[in-house]
Ligand binder design. Structure first.
Ligand code: FHN
Length: 441
């Protein structure tokens, strides 16, 4: 069992860590981008593994990779218009293909028919739009000749004969050196990088006891190259450095603010539009706008962030479904972002009315009531009497009249003594999820 001091690798105080994460906690909403050769088969980023494709069978995608319509400036414009404040792109996913110009492999975009460094243009375009930039980097690598084929895989039992055959001659120490060299490249050659999103460790299989990746030495290098960088919890740091700067619940809604050793921790949920991270042409199960906005609002209402994923096509475009979803979220954010940026979980003295979500800005001391279902006319805020100075719709700053039992004897029988009643227009305002802004006493 490590002592508190042994768990710290760096002499960062809690206040310094708070300062390092301040922008990330404020911004709340980011874009995840999963892009690689898997955009060409267009049926999930795990296609190579799911269909057990050999490197030779997968090579046709490398030879065909030529996203001639790739324009990261357009991607950045759409991300910004959606209200996203930061973005994380797959510099390398499990397939091992590098979007960046690595000197340690030829399995990279600059050696495909496309011939250019995708990451270089990407960071420049997203920074130019004022977004913070981050790299996803896969610790798992199905292409590298020394990567030890995954010891435990959902579709294949551990320690079968083929693992031993597959791993003959593979030297994981050489892969660890490759991994270290590539992390050094992406954190050296592209300016200030704000987030490192490594993926993934799986205690008992990958990253077991920090040995597979040599995690402790990696985090020391990472922080030396990029002192202000924010690192997720998938580098298998275990007890060291709180296991990473934030936890990463994925593809599900958390029931409450995640904790570690009983303490609420920074967290970000990553989500897809459709279930697949990579572009999936024939996917039919797309979340609608209300569901997507609900994910964002729910995350913030529990003190967390949303990293929402786009899987660009093999031509380098966000497909029309993704563009429409981003536009719809941007329309909502254009008038309601005040209920997201700088907001967090509401103080416990404010009960959450049914079919609502609450977010709260502790700086401005404003409480936001997100109406998931539009109530009919008299809307009761239980226990809010005396706590609210003024109420308005956020989207148009139109006043919402408040009343309490003594002022509305006709309603008195419906209200407890310390409830607050809001008189809402019968007609629901246009657009998804209207928000009420409460200026508190
Ligand atoms: O296997 C990956 C998956 O393809 C995707 O990149 C997600 C994103 O968080 N991470 C892993 C699954 O947890």
């Amino acid at each position: 069992q490590l002592t508190a001091q042994e768990k710290k690798i760096f002499n960062e105080t809690p206040e310094q860590k708070e300062q390092r994460l301040a922008w990330w906690k404020n911004d709340r909403f980011g874009m995840f981008i999963h892009w690689g050769l898997y955009a060409l088969p267009a049926r999930h980023e795990w296609v190579k593994n799911r269909e057990q494709l050999t490197n030779e069978e997968y090579q046709k995608y490398f030879d065909a990779f030529n996203p001639d319509l790739y324009n990261p400036k357009e991607w950045a414009r759409m991300a910004k218009a959606a209200g996203m404040k930061y973005a994380v792109i797959t510099s390398k996913h499990h397939e091992g293909f590098c979007l960046f110009d690595s000197k340690y492999t030829d399995y990279k975009a600059t050696k495909t028919p496309y011939g250019k460094d995708i990451i270089k243009e990407w960071v420049e375009a997203f920074r130019a739009e004022g977004l913070k930039v981050g790299f996803y980097y896969s610790l798992i690598d199905w292409h590298h000749p020394d990567y030890t084929i995954d010891r435990v895989h959902p579709q294949r039992p551990a320690d079968t004969a083929d693992y031993k055959k597959l791993n003959q001659g593979r030297d994981m120490a050489k892969y660890r050196e490759y991994l270290r060299n590539q992390l050094k490249e992406i954190l050296t050659n592209y300016g200030k990088i704000d987030i490192l999103w490594t993926d993934f460790s799986f205690p008992g299989a990958y990253g077991k006891d920090h040995n597979d990746w040599n995690s402790i030495e990696l985090i020391k290098m990472i922080r030396k190259l990029q002192p202000d960088i924010i690192v997720n919890d998938r580098l298998d740091l275990g007890e060291y450095e709180d296991g990473g700067d934030f936890v990463t619940p994925e593809q599900y809604k958390v029931s409450e603010w995640p904790t570690r050793n009983g303490k609420q921790v920074p967290w970000e949920t990553c989500q897809t539009f459709s279930g697949s991270w990579g572009y999936y042409r024939d996917e039919t199960s797309w979340k609608d706008t209300k569901q997507l906005l609900g994910l964002l609002i729910e995350s913030v209402s529990k003190g967390g962030n949303l990293l929402l994923n786009v899987g660009p096509t093999g031509r380098g475009l966000f497909d029309p479904r993704a563009q429409a979803a981003l536009k719809a979220m941007g329309d909502w954010m254009q008038v309601n972002s005040r209920a997201i940026y700088g907001c967090t979980q509401a103080p416990p003295e404010f009960a959450k009315p049914d079919n609502c979500l609450l977010t709260y800005n502790p700086t401005t001391k404003r409480l936001y009531v997100h109406l998931l279902d539009y109530p009919l006319q008299n809307f009761t805020l239980p226990g809010y009497k005396g706590k609210v100075k003024y109420a308005q719709f956020l989207h148009d700053a139109s006043e919402i009249k408040m009343s309490t039992p003594t002022q509305h004897h006709s309603l008195g029988k419906n209200l407890a003594d310390n409830d607050l009643n809001l008189s809402l227009p019968v007609k629901k305002p246009e657009g998804e999820i209207p928000v009420i802004e409460l200026i508190l006493n």
